[in-house]
Design a protein around this ligand. Structure first.
Ligand SMILES: Cc1cc2nc3c(=O)[nH]c(=O)nc-3n(C[C@H](O)[C@H](O)[C@H](O)COP(=O)(O)O)c2cc1C
Length: 380
């Protein structure tokens, strides 16, 4: 037997031993976000895992988000004193410990009951800005210093928009994030295959004994539109009703980014909903530079989609993102270990970002710019 085969056999024995299982089951076991996903997958119901991990239809866009990071390379700077590296930023009136924001994710109850509040508690513990439609009210009523942007997919009347903005502001919100790429529920094969019912997003995974009706792909989605009539006017309604910043999430086209700014948006988020809305939409890191150019520094540009490492975050910021949102990463922490898992994931990503900055010769987020990034071309 060759030495390499011996080594493989030994590793197999180690991985199968109860000691290893115990370590992997500890919140300090996973060493990166990918391993948190594996740990969560082991513990979660298949329907819940698929709901979170999946994208729309053939999942081209889901993959495009990750693949885009492989086409950008960093050219680090050297011989710079990086003894003191800080990930702090200021964003729309908030002082943040890190540029990492928790993205809005519906359906967390598929993972655990009351999961929105659990994630919010994790955000509070890590002093992280959370963007969420729900789960924060109790913490804010208890006077906790939670940094919260409310999330909405919009409403069809001005009266509803005004009422919503006032409720958020009175409730302690620091901004409103309007998701603009969600006019219709999309056509997600994994959910259709699992006979997923959107009612489970509130009530949790059904018992295996429950009879689930087959889903009629695509048409079912068109039957349940969210906000197909929403236009740019919606921003004016919100802005007129409160003093909070309005952030537009789900922009890929540079002309839309320019229109958002023209209509009063205080920030735009380059996002394709984590590859969950239109399959074939561009990967967000690929879309980012043109949006940054179109916005021309008038408002901050944020991005999300496929961020799993501090190095990914460094690349996003080098291409012009002021801050980033993470969707699935905290959910993997949640699914694997509950609130401690959420906290650990946020800590890992922040630590990796700080280290990536140090190794790139950047002491402050404001020092990161496109001079350290190059797009890779494929050589044949
Ligand atoms: C399970 C799940 C639910 C989501 N629900 C929402 C939502 O309700 N509103 C929204 O604007 N985006 C939603 N998103 C998209 C995220 O806000 C974010 O854009 C995306 O997850 C970023 O990609 P990442 O998961 O690769 O980090 C959801 C994403 C996931 C994974």
């Amino acid at each position: 037997m060759q030495r390499r085969d011996c080594f493989r056999q030994l590793m197999g024995l180690v991985a199968a031993s109860p000691l290893w299982a115990q370590q992997a089951d500890d919140v300090m076991g996973p060493v990166n976000i990918h391993e948190f996903e594996e740990a969560a997958k082991r513990k979660m119901h298949r329907m819940a895992y698929d709901f979170i991990a999946g994208g729309v239809e053939d999942e081209y866009t889901l993959r495009a988000n990750r693949e885009a990071f492989g086409r950008v390379a960093i050219l680090p700077r050297v011989m710079i004193d990086t003894t003191d590296v800080s990930t702090e930023i200021e964003l729309l009136g908030l002082k943040l410990k890190s540029p990492i924001i928790i993205a809005p994710t519906g359906g967390k109850n598929l993972v655990l009951p009351n999961a929105d509040e659990i994630v919010a508690k994790g955000a509070l513990a890590r002093e992280t800005l959370i963007c969420s439609a729900t789960g924060v009210q109790k913490l804010l009523q208890d006077g906790k210093p939670l940094l919260w942007w409310s999330n909405t997919t919009g409403s069809s009347t001005k009266a509803q928009a005004v009422g919503y903005a006032k409720r958020v502001e009175d409730g302690g919100g620091k901004g409103i994030v309007v998701t603009v790429d969600n006019a219709y529920q999309s056509n997600r094969d994994r959910n259709n295959r699992n006979r997923f019912d959107y009612g489970y997003m509130q009530g949790g995974v059904p018992s295996d004994a429950e009879t689930r009706k087959p889903v009629n792909p695509a048409r079912a989605a068109m039957w349940g539109p969210h906000t197909p009539a929403m236009t740019w006017e919606y921003i004016n309604w919100l802005k007129g009703a409160s003093s909070m910043p309005v952030i537009i999430k789900g922009v890929l086209h540079p002309e839309d980014a320019a229109l958002a700014v023209k209509h009063g948006a205080d920030a735009v988020v380059v996002s394709n909903h984590g590859g969950r809305q239109l399959d074939g939409a561009m990967g967000t890191l690929d879309a980012l530079p043109d949006v940054v150019e179109a916005v021309g520094g008038k408002v901050p540009v944020l991005m999300d989609g496929g961020l799993r490492r501090g190095g990914d975050i460094l690349k996003a910021m080098a291409l012009g993102a002021r801050a980033v949102l993470v969707g699935r990463a905290p959910l993997w922490g949640l699914g694997a270990f509950g609130q401690p898992g959420v906290e650990r994931v946020l800590q890992l990503l922040t630590d990796e970002t700080r280290l990536a900055m140090a190794l790139a010769g950047k002491r402050r987020i404001s020092e990161i710019d496109k001079t350290i990034a190059r797009r890779m071309t494929i050589w044949r």
